[in-house]
Design a protein around this ligand. Sequence first.
Ligand code: FAD
Length: 474
Amino acid sequence: MPEPASIRIAVIGSGPAGFYAAGHLLKASESCEVDMLERLPTPWGLVRSGVAPDHPKIKSVTRVYEKTAAHPRFRYFGNITFGQHVSREELLEHYHAIVYATGSPSDRPLGIPGEELPGSHAATEFVGWYNGHPDHTDLEVDLLSAERAVVVGNGNVAIDVARMLVLAPSELAPTDTADHALAVLAASHVSEVIVLGRRGPAQAAFTNPELLELGELGDADVIVDPDELERGLAVADAGTENDVTSRRNVEILREYAARPPVGHPKRILLRFLLSPAALLAGDDGRLASVELTRNELVPTPDGGLRAQATEERETIPAGLVFRAIGYRGLPLPGVPFDERAGVIPNRGGRVTDVAGGSPLPGEYVVGWIKRGPSGVIGTNKKDAQETVDAMLADLSAAGGESNGSAAAAGARHVPREPDAAAVEALLRSRQPELVTYAGWEAIDRHERALGEPAGRPRVKLTRIEELLRVAAAE
Ligand SMILES: Cc1cc2nc3c(=O)[nH]c(=O)nc-3n(C[C@H](O)[C@H](O)[C@H](O)COP(=O)(O)OP(=O)(O)OC[C@H]3O[C@@H](n4cnc5c(N)ncnc54)[C@H](O)[C@@H]3O)c2cc1C
């Protein structure tokens, strides 16, 4: 069989992983054509809707993705949801390969009583709300009734949430925080945020710059109890002793523990060896307090340390809880899913029928939905390279063509109709309000123009109808 004139690839999701995969593919082979399908009208995934608004430099990574998007062999189809507007089977008819890059949009529950009380939020929804994700525009976050908030988790998302809750209005004003959130955050009565780690300081997943930033806030002191800190460090952890980030985190935390509070109006307390056992309601039915269990660290067979509950309890009055204990992938219709890990099962990026199973020809995966919600934006670049290498190896394999049945790695999928115009017609018939890259550029210009007079990078449009209206005007 002669080589096809072009190799047509569909990438599902326009976050960092999807864009790195597209970039690698376009660079690797002149015969690759990439179509990117994104459920929102806007691209960039969590770079737009996750990365904190007071970190604009991190968001500037989108310049790299813009270059990929400008490539003549790249097309963007926004406002198209895989599984709703188009199915896996339909895409396999039109493309030599599908790359799933849909991230981990859901959250891990705590699994404790009271989790559903008003005042208890998933970090995913709070982060989406302040970042203007259209799914979360109408979230009600009551920052007027509560003076104390508890953030459960010891990663960078927990730090982002805590910091956003105590940023001074002057620190928030020049950001692209969604307007609805700016107003609520500016009027907030929350003056104390407690960040809870179930294990000790050495096991925290913070990165050094994020932890350091807490010590430099304009309106808030950072407080660490020296006794609690040292108790958390009492059990040696072979797993983190040689970890540079962990060691530096401990140094920073010791510095915070020794630092007298400046007397800022707000404060962030970093606490360790504590797990929420129950969220308790007040007379009004809203969250009023959090019951905590004190943990101790015990060795695991693999040489790590795990938190084990003791009999010790503590109750903290708090009107708000944010659970930031991890994002979680969601299954895509018709695509294998590993429920336990919350990822699409794969071997080095080749989708497999079950975890540890056989690769499915023509289906690949990158980013958080491939390896779970960990790592920084740059981690997705290398991760995408691994998948693209596997895909190109399969596509260039001499034999082993497949019409869709399970086959070993190296089999190549042959689509029935690899025609660019045909698939665009199909998508437009399913979603007349499809947003092209030019449509996104119109949104981008509009948002930047709205932000400019106030010295803000942009004012985000947070409703799908508004986004579509501006895109359609293009
Ligand atoms: C709160 C938060 C803050 C972060 N801050 C930083 C930071 O400061 N620095 C840093 O380096 N990293 C940060 N990260 C990590 C970084 O955002 C991730 O590593 C990265 O976004 C993962 O990329 P992804 O492409 O796998 O997923 P995502 O970025 O989540 O992209 C997935 C895309 O797929 C789309 N999609 C989902 N389902 C469908 C469907 N059915 N059909 C079509 N499209 C679909 C989504 O709309 C989304 O656009 C942060 C993460 C979070 C959660």
